[in-house]
Write a new protein. Structure first.
Length: 119
């Protein structure tokens, strides 16, 4: 099992910045792909950013150029630097670890951290 604990959420004004952290513990594989998802009321959970064990990244179009995902395997931590925040970025942000072993994919989730951007 893998435990993921997010931190760094909060209330910020539009145009501001926040840095989310996700600390992983338990049976950690450095080969896991790590990601951040978000969900706002009445909407489905959506991918924000993802980073592979090799450092390849991909982002949702809505956050490209504003958000940066990174990982520190030595610290078992994933970060999401969020700049130029907009009210539409308001959501609960969830950390995800995706593990693929042979043909089986397992997803692990954190409990989420609230990000609120005021206009």
């Amino acid at each position: 099992q893998v435990q993921l604990v997010e931190s760094g959420g909060g209330l910020v004004q539009a145009g501001g910045s926040l840095r989310l952290s996700c600390a992983a513990s338990g049976r950690i594989f450095s080969t896991d792909t790590m990601g951040w998802y978000r969900q706002s009321p009445g909407k489905q959970r959506e991918l924000v950013a993802r980073i592979t064990s090799g450092g390849s990244t991909n982002y949702a179009d809505s956050v490209k150029g504003r958000f940066t995902i990174s990982r520190d395997n030595a610290k078992n931590t994933v970060y999401l630097q969020m700049n130029s925040l907009k009210p539409e970025d308001t959501a609960v942000y969830y950390c995800n670890a995706m593990r693929v072993v042979l043909s089986t994919t397992t997803n692990y989730w954190g409990q989420g951290t609230q990000v609120t951007v005021s206009s």
